[in-house]
Design a protein around this ligand. Structure first.
Ligand code: GLU
Length: 289
């Protein structure tokens, strides 16, 4: 029998909070119930915000909660070659293109297109303005000239990719009352970044490559990543990778009903532990008992 494979995939850019505890505990318990394996993946592609002390805190906090995972954890920063190889393949096929604009420049470009009497510029599901496609339209010699002298990101040419795939995509969601197929709508994200200026990958690319390389069959993660699954399905299709089953769970909210942030001290697992909380208290706080 092939054992189901689950994974918990935190980023070491802050201390884990109650939301991470819910995710990690759900992965652990679902894996155990299914007779499956639990992997831990350290998503540390952001080399400026991810710190070794946060990674050490992840191991401590998870062990304290009583979670057991298979060693060793996969650290994404050690696998840039895997992501680079996938990007090079997409470049060869003309499915990604270099883009030079910063976030601030995109906001300015979009503001210039909005003007009085025009429709508001569309935003992606996270609320960021959709990339206006300016660098996609550059003439080849202009593009080559700029690539030689400026850092650039690689963006997915969404229309080309949708045309290549040529059929609607869906994913299997088991995080709702009834498991069902959800229609993926990657068009809502526009030309997403697959390679960052400073790193040969982005969250979207690294997550689908790693889930496939690690044989992950069940992705259990917060509802905040529900919409991103559309991009993940598109990339899986494009790179001929298998699609896991997805289970997006409820988020743990603060008293004001907002999603927890890593910067908030009061919900950090370490702070709760230091103020005397026990693992059973954490389970209660996240609504597992
Ligand atoms: N690294 C992501 C985070 O910490 C989670 C990625 C995932 O589960 O797909 O939010």
């Amino acid at each position: 029998m092939i054992r189901p494979v689950f994974r918990f995939a935190p980023s070491p850019n802050g201390l884990l909070h109650l939301g991470h505890a819910l995710s990690a505990l759900m992965n652990f318990e679902l894996a155990r119930k299914a007779g499956g394996r639990l992997l831990l993946r350290i998503e540390d592609i952001d080399r400026t915000r991810c710190l070794p002390e946060y990674e050490a805190a992840i191991y401590q906090d998870l062990a304290w909660l009583g979670i057991e995972w298979e060693e060793p954890a996969r650290r994404q920063s050690e696998h840039f070659d895997d992501y680079r190889a996938a990007l090079e393949g997409l470049e060869r096929e003309g499915l990604v293109y270099p883009a030079f604009e910063s976030r601030g420049e995109i906001v300015r470009l979009v503001a210039a297109r909005e003007g009085p009497g025009r429709k508001p510029w569309p935003t992606d599901p996270d609320g960021a303005p959709l990339y206006p496609g300016t660098a996609r339209e550059l003439a080849p010699d202009e593009r080559a000239r700029r690539c030689a002298s400026e850092p650039y990101a690689l963006r997915l040419d969404l229309q080309k990719v949708l045309a290549r795939i040529g059929r609607p995509l869906s994913w299997n969601e088991s995080g709702e009352a009834e498991p069902r197929a959800i229609e993926a709508m990657p068009g809502r994200w526009g030309d997403v970044i697959l390679g960052r200026k400073e790193t040969p990958t982005s969250y979207h690319l690294a997550v689908v490559i790693d889930d496939a390389l690690q044989g992950v069959t069940h992705v259990v993660r917060g509802r905040d990543l529900y919409e991103a699954t559309a991009v993940h399905r598109l990339l899986q299709e494009l790179l001929a990778l298998p699609a896991p089953v997805y289970h997006h769970h409820r988020l743990v909210l603060d008293e004001a009903g907002r999603k927890l942030a890593k910067s908030s001290e009061s919900t950090a697992l370490r702070a709760l532990r230091e103020s005397g909380a026990m693992p059973a208290d954490i389970r209660r706080l996240v609504g597992l008992i």
